[in-house]
Design a binder for this molecule. Structure first.
Ligand SMILES: Cc1cc2nc3c(=O)[nH]c(=O)nc-3n(C[C@H](O)[C@H](O)[C@H](O)COP(=O)(O)OP(=O)(O)OC[C@H]3O[C@@H](n4cnc5c(N)ncnc54)[C@H](O)[C@@H]3O)c2cc1C
Length: 396
């Protein structure tokens, strides 16, 4: 019987990792199955653009994985039994149970509601395609007239507010954040950010914590009610509760705690990549949820899976956080580098050139993920007869 590797999620981390495994492992010994709820590869980096009304290219996963030997299962994961190595999924046909020998968990993240009442019922978010499409439908209803309140002061909130203001200039867009808008940015980048918000006419409410969302308003801790026809909740990401419910060790935001090889510390047959992994980076801090982190953790997880299953040494992937690219609408942007302590450097690339760099990165990552085996080294490693999980990493 073949060794069954099941990859949960075909986003930035899962699709890349499945492709890499398919190129390295012998198909007589290994069977690789990818499970994903959506039939397409969803370019999550562009979901604020989708919500604003932009068309995103369809990249059907059936085409993405065609000819790779990877089996694709379009279904929603509802639970994992990490003790008995099974995954429960549902699709149009009903409920099914998949068995695995090795699991790679890459289901990404969703919007964190922080337990704020009314977010689930009344707010919209751009962390997944269905919710981004719901927001788009609501904005279409509002037409050229309406108030949109974006809640959050970090990357997604900034990108969502500026994209909506640029694409739908009739809307009155405002943003409420518990701290300072882009407060972590260096001087140059923050100055540029505030100028862009001013140019777009976006009202900023800093030091404003939203404590309740209602159908037509969001209410702050001091009782101020902000009238809103569409409240966009962009106050951070959290991992789907599936991970915690499966018995895997997780941290407060639901991320799965892993060792340096991306193995779950509680269940070493489960490897984790992307937003779902809680791992300490080279700077001694948790790696942020980002596309770059999805790439690094995917590389490390696949190296560990190959090493553990075929007896090879596991190469270390550098887990680096180098900074953020932030789009400010279509023609403006910021590229903020950070130092070794994750503090923003004073300088930054801003304006049209930063927008071009960002646009190239988004396009390249979409292109690369939709060709998951392209350019990857090809080996046919066999399953080792004895297996052990090595704590050692060799230099990459
Ligand atoms: C609007 C927006 C803009 C962003 N911009 C940037 C940026 O500029 N730069 C950056 O670095 N990061 C950005 N991010 C963050 C980035 O998108 C994530 O860090 C990245 O997608 C993480 O990759 P992942 O593979 O872990 O998760 P994902 O890419 O989300 O992939 C998870 C996959 O799992 C599937 N899935 C989820 N739940 C289930 C389930 N129960 N059953 C089956 N399948 C399921 C999903 O359909 C998806 O295919 C942005 C995020 C958003 C929302």
């Amino acid at each position: 019987m073949k060794h069954r590797i099941v990859v949960l999620g075909a986003g930035y981390a899962g699709a890349f990792s499945a492709g890499y495994l398919a190129r390295q492992l012998h198909c007589d010994d290994f069977e690789i199955t990818v499970v994903n709820a959506e039939p397409d590869f969803v370019e999550r980096l562009r979901l604020h653009q989708l919500a604003a009304g932009r068309h995103l290219r369809h990249r059907p996963l059936a085409e993405v994985f065609a000819g790779t030997g990877i089996r694709l299962r379009l279904a929603r994961v509802t639970s994992i039994d990490a003790e008995h190595r099974t995954v429960t999924v549902t699709d149009g046909e009903g409920i099914d149970r998949l068995e695995y020998d090795t699991l790679l968990y890459a289901l990404g993240s969703t919007a964190a509601d922080h337990g704020v009442p009314g977010v689930d019922e009344h707010a919209f978010h751009v962390a997944a395609r269905p919710s981004a499409l719901r927001l788009r439908a609501r904005l279409d209803e509002l037409g050229e007239d309406g108030k949109v309140l974006v809640v959050g002061g970090n990357l997604t909130a900034i990108e969502a507010a500026t994209e909506l203001a640029e694409s739908r200039p009739g809307l009155r867009v405002s943003l409420a954040t518990s701290g300072e808008l882009g407060g972590w940015l260096g001087t140059k980048a923050r100055r540029h950010l505030l100028r862009a918000f001013d140019r777009f006419g976006i009202t900023i409410h800093e030091h404003t914590t939203i404590e309740r969302v209602e159908a037509a308003a969001a209410v702050a801790a001091d009782g101020t009610a902000f009238a809103s026809d569409a409240t966009v909740w962009a106050a951070g990401f959290a991992v789907h509760p599936i991970a915690a419910a499966s018995g895997l060790e997780v941290v407060a935001n639901g991320q799965i705690t892993v060792d340096r090889q991306m193995r779950s510390v509680s269940h070493p047959d489960v490897y984790v990549a992307g937003d779902s992994a809680f791992v300490i980076g080279e700077n001694g801090r948790p790696l942020p949820m980002s596309c770059a982190s999805a790439g690094f953790t995917g590389m490390q997880a696949t190296a560990a899976i190959i090493g553990d299953l075929t007896g090879r040494k596991i190469k270390a992937t550098t887990l680096t956080y180098f900074g953020n690219h932030i789009s400010l609408g279509r023609k403006d942007g910021l590229f903020q580098l950070v130092d070794g302590d994750a503090q923003s450097k004073p300088g930054a690339l801003v304006g049209r050139s930063a927008a071009r760099v960002k646009s190239a990165i988004v396009a390249t990552s979409g292109w690369a993920i939709s060709r998951p085996t392209f350019g990857k080294p090809s080996h046919k490693y066999r399953l080792a007869t004895t297996r052990e999980h090595s704590p050692e990493l060799v230099a990459g």
